[in-house]
Design a protein around this ligand. Sequence first.
Ligand SMILES: Nc1ncnc2c1ncn2[C@@H]1O[C@H](COP(=O)(O)OP(=O)(O)OP(=O)(O)O)[C@@H](O)[C@H]1O
Length: 287
Amino acid sequence: MSTPEPVVSATGLTLSYRGTRAVDDVSLDLDRGVVGLLGPNGAGKTTLLRILATATPPDRGSLRVLGHDPGTVRGRTEARRVLGYLPQNPGLHPGFTAFEFVDYVAILKEMTDRRARHAEVRRVLDGVGLAEVRGKRIRALSGGMRQRVALAAALVGDPGFLVLDEPTVGLDPEQRMRFRELIAEAGAGRTVLLSTHQTEDVAMLCRRVIVMDRGRVRFDGTPQKLAALAGGRVWASAERSSGALAGWLTGAGEFRNVGDPPTGARLVEPTLEDGYLLALDEKGVAA
Ligand SMILES: Nc1ncnc2c1ncn2[C@@H]1O[C@H](COP(=O)(O)OP(=O)(O)OP(=O)(O)O)[C@@H](O)[C@H]1O
């Protein structure tokens, strides 16, 4: 029996901007569920997401999205029909109502039957909990609600692949948790790639995490495995410790350090964030 094709399959993706390799020979396969994409500013996350969402063609490499090849005009059109993209700056028109904006996106997605399209717009707005405010102008909505409008727009047409670029940035903790619920729901039946700086979002939501730095994949594995990279490398001390890549005085009045512990150090449980820090420090850590 042949193995089914992954939902997204990328090989050797490379894209440079004026000599800087924003994405450098990235290969990955994605299947169902929420996959987190972590990396420092400028790591290449947005550029990779734009390539996967077919918004930018790579200089090199091949890509298949739900069986389509975005390298061809026809394949690109087909791929766009089956993917949803929430970009970093979704460009919500403030004068539109939530309904009008999502309807506008649905029109761009070539949904020509007005009645079916309006039913779909209502479905996605209801799905993100905005049924009550669909007639309100976007300028009158809170930041959290605006992000939900952008998510609803990405969900139009029930895409099999959803690309989310830092969707929780700027949200307060309550709104972030509400958004987390929506991402988890979205990931139940489809492939979601979630770029974020929030390591907690990854720990709470993702079964797989990819860490990028300087255009390359530095780690690809489970959140548990990423945290485990810091096993034996996080310790508490009364004084500032040399050998720490990062160390700070906590509210409990002692230092928490990540790095190379001195002999006899009092080790503490590592978090995914500790593993992330070490994955960036030790370039080329594999899954
Ligand atoms: N349109 C562009 N023109 C020139 N350089 C660009 C362009 N877009 C991105 N870059 C450069 O490519 C590299 C990767 O940028 P990218 O925005 O993909 O990173 P990122 O990981 O998404 O960063 P952030 O977390 O800050 O959003 C950076 O060096 C950036 O300056």
